[in-house]
Design a protein around this ligand. Structure first.
Ligand code: ADP
Ligand code: ZN
Length: 206
């Protein structure tokens, strides 16, 4: 199955993507994770992407498309994949449609008022990719794998504000774009992790 996860920054895409990719047995492809690992490794892609990511801006379409096209060619994507954080602009969506047919697009729909607090209190596991909120953690270790949690450099008030602005301007139009193609499934993101996951599975099977 070839699935796209849409949703605002902080809507819970990453968390749901980990669960869904296990359940659907397809690779989880997060453009944000790919960029961050390139930044850690100091690759040319990472050096270019960092300038934009640190400011809360989108990485240019041309660079983003290049890394996604390369990733989708890998053999593990033959029977499906779950895209998290891509596409994020109309040109990206149009380019994707020229590469591969998508089966479903899930939009995790959430009240924007909670997003700033979620993102600014977010702690991330560099080892397993899990994300948590500082208010629900006992200490600084990942409850799933025990690694030391980190704060993403773009999870500060100023950058978060810009990311939400960019989301509303550039990514929201994709909701209508996929609605028109008849592939859009909307799941209420204002629920527990388990209930959002169950909602995604019900819609995918329906
Ligand atoms: P979130 O969904 O929490 O904002 P991601 O980890 O998906 O975070 O992405 C982090 C950053 O990486 C984005 O703010 C953006 O700068 C860059 N990025 C990720 N995916 C894309 C994309 N498809 N197009 C352009 N930039 C992207
Ligand atoms: Zn972990």
């Amino acid at each position: 199955m070839r699935v796209i996860l849409l949703g605002a920054p902080g809507a819970g895409k990453g968390t749901q993507a980990i669960l869904l990719s296990k359940e659907l047995k397809v690779p989880h492809i997060s453009t944000g994770d790919i960029f961050r690992s390139n930044i850690r490794e100091g690759t040319p892609v990472g050096l270019r992407a960092k300038e934009y990511i640190d400011k809360g801006m989108l990485v240019p379409d041309e660079l983003t498309l290049q890394i996604v096209a390369e990733r989708l060619e890998a053999s593990d994507c033959r029977d499906g994949f779950l895209l998290d954080g891509f596409p994020r602009t109309l040109p990206q969506a149009e380019a994707l449609s020229g590469i591969v047919d998508i089966d479903a697009v899930i939009n995790i729909d959430i009240d924007q008022s909670v997003l700033k607090d979620r993102l600014c209190g977010r702690r991330c596991c560099p080892k397993c990719g899990g994300t948590y909120h500082v208010n629900t953690l006992k200490d600084s270790l990942c409850p799933a794998c025990g690694a030391e949690l980190i704060i993403r450099k773009d999870d500060n008030v100023q950058t978060v504000t810009e990311r939400l602005r960019v989301y509303n301007e550039q990514t929201v139009p994709l909701i209508q774009y996929y609605e028109q193609s008849g592939k859009l499934l909307v799941v209420d993101g204002n629920q527990s992790v388990e209930d959002v996951f169950a909602g995604c599975m019900v819609k995918l099977k329906g």
